[in-house]
Ligand binder design. Structure first.
Ligand SMILES: [Fe+2]
Length: 269
């Protein structure tokens, strides 16, 4: 897991956490890649004492003592906003956080006690890009209230195409004994361009359209790691966002064929 190691993306998340604290960000609203709900449902994490699901290939001491803080008042508000938008949103009082979100939070707030409270919104298992963009659009107004919106998935993430031998034999997930496949490089570039060469509704259209890209199924064996990108594109893809910079921050390649790219949509101001 790239956030288990000291990588460029890990340093970027630390910087984002520092900036969030400096600016007095009061809540973080996140969608990850590992929580999907069935039917039309969308759920919001409302467990007052969330635990952590274990993560493979990361030493437990790197995460087991980190204290997670759920933002229940903000969660109630998010449920209300989603319902008002016509979405089938419900509280989930027993959800335990998964590594897609808590490893990011640990990198943001390594001191633990400076942890900003968090709301996690589930994805919907139908994996409709436009529905998830709409969820992002629905929570978008919170950005004007010192709330940071985060999507945590992957630009290229196909476990069936990864090179696992280096992990199995040497526990080295970041080794690059040979380059990524051309199709992975091409899709990574398409993601990069969709985010950085569009603004406003253009970024929402470009990012959701990537699920129809001819190389999408090569780059994503399943849909769930791309869905958070649609969520953030919705959150920063309004007419009012037109002209705002969308910036590439960092990336690392993992298991040869998996690209972990970080983007900032909009500016802090
Ligand atoms: Fe994942």
């Amino acid at each position: 897991m790239m956030l288990g190691e000291d990588t460029e993306p890990a340093a970027v998340w630390k910087a984002v956490g520092d900036e969030a604290l400096r600016r007095g960000i009061r809540s973080i609203v996140m969608m990850g890649a590992h929580w999907e709900t069935l039917g039309n449902r969308i759920e919001v994490a409302m467990n007052p004492n969330p635990g952590k699901n274990p993560v493979a290939y990361v030493a437990p001491e790197k995460y087991e003592n980190f204290k997670l803080t759920a933002d229940l008042p903000m969660g109630t508000r998010v449920i209300g906003m989603l319902r008002e938008a016509g979405l089938d949103a419900h509280a989930n009082a027993t959800f335990d956080f998964i590594h897609d979100t808590y490893l990011v939070l640990i990198r943001m707030f390594p001191e633990q006690k400076t942890n900003i409270p968090v709301v996690i919104i589930s994805a919907n298992a139908r994996m409709d890009p436009h529905l998830h963009a709409r969820i992002g659009t629905t929570v978008r107004p919170l950005r004007y209230e010192d709330v940071l919106v985060v999507g945590s998935g992957g630009a290229v993430h196909n476990l069936y195409r990864n090179n696992w031998m280096q992990m199995v034999l040497w526990r080295d997930n970041l080794a690059m004994p040979f380059p990524p496949q051309d199709c992975m490089l091409a899709f990574r570039q398409a993601v990069h361009d969709a985010f950085t060469m569009n603004t406003g509704p253009g970024v929402r259209r470009a990012v959701t359209r990537l699920m129809k890209h001819p190389l999408f199924r090569e780059a994503h064996g399943t849909d769930e790691h791309f869905i958070p990108a649609c969520f953030v594109a919705g959150a920063a893809g309004d007419k009012e966002d037109e002209g705002e910079p969308n910036t590439f921050l960092a990336e690392c390649w993992e298991l040869v064929n998996m690209a972990n790219s970080q983007f900032q949509l909009g500016s802090w101001e």
